[in-house]
Each structure stands twice: as structure tokens, then as C-alpha cells.
Write a protein that binds this ligand. Sequence first.
Ligand code: ACO
Length: 330
Amino acid sequence: MHKRVGGAGIWGLGRYLPERVLTNAELERMVETNDEWIVSRTGIRERRIAAGDQTTTDLALPASRQAMERAGVTPEDLDLIIFCTNNPDTVIPAAGPVLQGKLGATRAGAFDLVAGCSGYIYGLSVASQFAASRTYLTILVVGADMLSRVVDWQDRTTCVLFGDGAGAAVVRPVPDGRGILSFRLACDGTKAGEIIVPAGGASRPATHGTVDAREHYLRMNGREVFRFAVTACEKVAREVLDAAAVSAEDVALFVPHQANLRIIENSARRLGIGMDRVMVNVDRYGNSSAATIPVALAEAEEQGRLKQGDLVLLVGFGAGLTYAGMVIRW
Ligand code: ACO
């Protein structure tokens, strides 16, 4: 647990969602499913899917430029780029350096951070340490994923859930008592097999056999992840609220990972946070993995739901199984 980091916060937010909308009605024509099942089990009505010639860094680029413009920083100002993703353009190299090149951020170091759908909270936490210690002053934290390229479009239990997207934030020093007040990074690695792409990594390099067996696609034990998520979200939220010496009643906006409306509602109810104080866009974008939290934050700001001094609670969970929480004074 990291208590009261202080001194580091978000200066500017950006987001980019691909134009192509994939509706539940279209999915009904692709796999054995229906709109009623998808909406009642997940709350998802449509999701965005990247164009065939777009890559993960292509989604990240406009989101990053928007965040930098809103923060008033130029590519040359960037000291570091942390690219949170589960699906970089290529296995080697990482997406961070590719984005650095596209941005022309010549001074910036860059690396990828892989922590499932919790990745963005992990990334903000790492950035906050560099900014709070004044090691690096201007850090771009990107959350971008393109799970449409790794889901099995013949598997109705997963393909209805995910979408593509990108969000970004510029993290810089802020006056004490503002910005990131607390965070917790957690995981249960014994559940690593619950969300997995079995082949294509070092343990099972891609072969004709793995491709024929569709092992290069994402597999998920949805029921187990659901069970894990509802307890993990509540636990980590209470930990970061305690660490920041605030309560759930003080939270102006709860921004959970957007995976499933039932998990979001369940977490909010357990914490005693009314849905009027919860950011929800899973109905329009589905689960865009590491992108959901920065996209939701950027939308909340555009909707005037983030005001200076507001207390914001972030919670995420995902492959690993990882989970994480953060409290920010806006
Ligand atoms: N359409 C119609 N029926 C379906 C579909 C579908 N798309 N998918 C599954 N079903 C069927 C199942 O086959 C099952 O049928 P059966 O009872 O005859 O076997 C029935 O619906 C119920 O299936 P469950 O898996 O029990 O459904 P559940 O209510 O658990 O909902 C879901 C499934 C939506 C996947 C849920 O478990 C969930 O959201 N889990 C969490 C997943 C998640 O949030 N992952 C995020 C992390 S991802 C990351 O980090 C990359």
C-alpha cells in the first residue's frame, strides 16, 4: 500500500475511439447470441472496432495528442512514456517506443506496462512515483488496447464483451494535497490461467497446430473472473480510501473498469456509492481493457463531471488476475 503520495497528478486527458460501431444486432448474425442476453448479462449495447489498417499505437496517437494539448505540453516536453496495453502492435518491439517515434517525443524514454485491464492504474502509479520524486516532470501515460484482434469471433462467451480504444493522461507534479493521494497494486497470480491467450508466448510459440486449435485467441473463465472481480473491487477500494483517510461518502466520482455493468453496480452498492456518482460507458464501448479508465476519465471531464477539488476513486481488475485502486484529488 502506498499512502499519500501527494505531489503528482493528472494535467490533461485525451481519448480516441475508432469510428466503426459494432452493435449487438450485428453480433446476432455472427454467433449464437441475442441483444437481450448481452444487455442483461453485461450492459453492453455496442462497442468500437478498429479499422483493418489501424494498430494499437494508431489509436494511442490521437488520444496522446489530445491529452498533451489539454495539458499544454509539447512532444519535446515529455520525459517518459508509459504505454499500458495487452496487445501492442508487435510482440517485439513494445508499443511505447513506436508511439514515441510517431509523436516525435525525442527526449522521452518509453516502455510498455502489461497488467491486464488494471494496467492503467498500475501505469498512473508508476508515473506518480517519478513525478512525485521529481525524477521526471512530464510523463505520458497511455492506455490502449485492440482486443478485437485477439478475441475468437466464433466464441460467443468472449467476443460480445470487448471493444477497441485508447486514452491518455499527462502526469506532472502538483501542489501537495492534490493529485494522487493513494494507490494499491495487487494481484492473485494463482489465477493466471483464468484470462489467457495460451499460444504465441515463450511457453507455447505459435505453430500451425496452435493456430488450428485457436490457441492464439483469448480464453476466459467468465464466471470465475466475475466472482473475483466483485470481491477484489470492494477490497481494494476500501484499502485506498482508508490510505487516503477519506470515506466512500466523500467520493464525487467513482470510475471503475468498464467490463460489465453488473460488476460496476455490485461494486458501487457494496461501497454505498449511488449510481449517480458512478461513471458508466460500458454500454457504448464494451470492455476496451487498459483503455477503459482513461477513456472514462476523459469523458467525465468533457461532461463537466470532474471539478477541481473533487475526490475520484479508480478501481480495476483483469488478466493476471490483477486488481488495483487509486484515490485522486482533482
Ligand atoms: N449469448 C448467449 N448466451 C451465452 C453467451 C452469449 N454471448 N455467452 C454465454 N452464454 C450462455 C452460456 O453458454 C451459458 O449457457 P449454459 O447455462 O447453457 O451453459 C449461459 O449463457 C450462462 O453463462 P454464464 O457464463 O454463467 O453467464 P454469466 O452470467 O456468468 O455471464 C459473463 C457471462 C458476461 C462473461 C460474466 O461472467 C462476466 O462478465 N464475467 C467477467 C468477465 C470480465 O469482466 N472480464 C474482464 C477482464 S478481461 C481482461 O483483463 C482482458
